[in-house]
Design a binder for this molecule. Structure first.
Ligand SMILES: [Zn+2]
Length: 257
């Protein structure tokens, strides 16, 4: 797969040549084309975590030996997390929760409940900054470390798995996760449950796309997701899918220590 490290020098050289050609000839469409291509590829790489353009990411399991999916819940813990845990327990399903440090601080008991019920956890930053894509590497490292610290205090271990807010990756995020030695986890089935208001439609969307080996992105932050999950669990059971944690699906280490 083409990576940023490979393409970036190519973009610099091709844009440089096209720019010089523009100055010499007065013909600028070549430069406009090369710069547009470079910007489009970079933006696509930043917003589609599955491309692994800036960082090696894991987003699904290819050809699993049995029917299996990994449910993941971002942005909690919240007051909806307990209902999600109840549903998961009902179906003997395991999931992975990418928690926000600030949310853990507000709901430490719910966070402990996630762990006590045998689910996996990952780092989703301390403050989930809206401007995540514009932070420098040091700011990103600080935010990830702050979440690590609050998790380590309650779990006794530092999480190895990390999911960037909004799934955004760029050279600063790449530098931060490399330095902190985090495994970046994306998704292959996005529910859009923070955008779609109707739980039924969220369920239909996930169901229509589900394939064995999928990592499904949900958020434990709303009643509509609880509703969608209640129907999804029924469907997955009827179709013979097992629900496992991301570390189980991909055979990864959950903690750094
Ligand atoms: Zn998030």
């Amino acid at each position: 797969m083409l990576r940023h490290r490979v393409l970036f020098p190519f973009f610099v050289i091709s844009n440089g040549v096209a720019f010089i050609y523009g100055i010499a000839s007065g013909i600028w469409w070549v430069f406009i084309t090369t710069i547009s291509l470079a910007l489009a590829v970079t933006a696509w790489g930043a917003f589609d975590i599955r491309l692994g353009y800036f960082i090696a990411t894991k987003f699904r399991k290819k050809n699993p030996p049995k029917k299996v999916v990994a449910l993941t819940f971002d942005d909690g813990p919240s007051l909806y997390t307990s209902e999600i845990l109840h549903l998961l327990a009902l179906y003997k399903a395991k999931a992975t929760f990418f928690c926000i440090g600030q949310q853990i601080k507000q709901h430490p008991d719910i966070f402990k409940q996630i762990l006590n019920e045998g689910h996996s956890i990952g780092n989703h930053t301390y403050s989930h900054p809206q401007r995540f894509g514009f932070l420098n590497a040091e700011q990103i490292i600080d935010d990830i470390k702050k979440c690590d610290a609050i998790m380590a205090k309650l779990v006794g271990h530092t999480p190895a798995l990390f999911r960037p807010p909004f799934g955004v990756t760029n050279p600063s995020v790449a530098k931060a996760v490399e330095l902190l030695n985090k495994q970046v986890i994306g998704w292959s089935n996005r529910s859009l449950d923070t955008v779609i208001a109707d739980g039924e439609k969220i369920y239909e969307r996930v169901k229509s796309k589900v394939r064995s080996g999928d990592i499904i992105l949900l958020h434990d932050t709303s009643q509509r997701t609880v509703y969608a999950l209640s129907k999804l669990m029924m469907y997955l059971k009827a179709e013979g899918y097992a629900c496992v944690s991301v570390d189980d699906l991909l055979n990864l280490q959950l903690y750094e220590d």
